[in-house]
Design a protein around this ligand. Structure first.
Ligand SMILES: Nc1nc2c(ncn2[C@@H]2O[C@H](COP(=O)(O)OP(=O)(O)OP(=O)(O)O)[C@@H](O)[C@H]2O)c(=O)[nH]1
Ligand SMILES: [Mg+2]
Length: 206
């Protein structure tokens, strides 16, 4: 198989719930995290296509499960998930999203790994911890992006990364969870992310 080129990403489809997702074929990786953490921006940076996914200052921008195919193949996919934890959404809507998100995470067989985006200035909010614990319990590989690293100094970003890794190690989660610093603004960490995604999507090539 040729090495995945993320520039080839193209919009495939949007799904409001698991039922409408593309067929369970091939492999996909999904971007999860709090609303406004920078999931959609990370996908745009990775694919070097600023117009691929809509991003916004207003939290709650992504409201459906969005699928992007790679290498002109619907069997290789990136998935942009709606963010969690946005306070201003009515409870009924929130519960519906959470239900769809949880169903997707629990039942989707072709999901090979989860990228968890967390703003480097305030990582590990309640729902992030829940997501990490869920991934470990489900044996779902999880790679953490400490996003918006351009907002703090390089030294502070490295400190946060080391502290986060230590917290994982202290909780015995470091075997299942990896982490890196990332910025969609500067492209910091984009190669590292691409490498991780290739390991999940093309395991035979490694
Ligand atoms: N400075 C800086 N801003 C960023 C970065 N990544 C995202 N942002 C900004 O943060 C805001 C939210 O980004 P999105 O990518 O839309 O966030 P999201 O996680 O997809 O949010 P939802 O779709 O609401 O779940 C936007 O205004 C982005 O421009 C980054 O690396 N650096
Ligand atoms: Mg989004």
């Amino acid at each position: 198989m040729t090495k995945i080129n993320f520039n080839t990403a193209q919009f495939l489809t949007s799904a409001p719930s698991l039922k409408q997702c593309p067929p369970e074929k091939g492999a996909e990786v999904a971007f999860a995290g709090r609303s406004n953490a920078g999931k959609s921006s990370a996908i745009n940076t990775l694919t070097r296509n600023k117009k691929l996914v809509r991003t916004s200052k207003t939290p709650g921008c992504t409201i459906q499960i969005n699928f992007f195919q790679l290498q002109n193949s619907p069997d290789l996919r990136l998935v942009d998930l709606p963010g969690y934890g946005y306070a201003k959404v009515p409870d009924a809507v929130k519960q519906k999203w959470q239900h769809h998100l949880s169903q997707y995470l629990h039942e989707r067989q072709c999901l090979k790994g989860l990228v968890l985006a967390m703003d480097i200035r305030h990582p590990l909010q309640d729902l992030d911890t829940m997501m990490i614990n869920w991934a470990v319990e489900s044996e779902m590989p999880l790679h953490t992006l400490l996003t918006k690293s351009d907002k703090i100094s390089r030294g502070a970003a490295q400190n946060t990364l080391l502290k986060y890794r230590k917290e994982l190690a202290d909780s015995g989660l470091d075997k299942f969870v990896t982490a890196q610093v990332f910025s969609s603004e500067t492209g910091d960490g984009v190669d590292e992310l691409a490498k991780q995604l290739r390991m999940w999507l093309q395991p035979d090539d490694e």
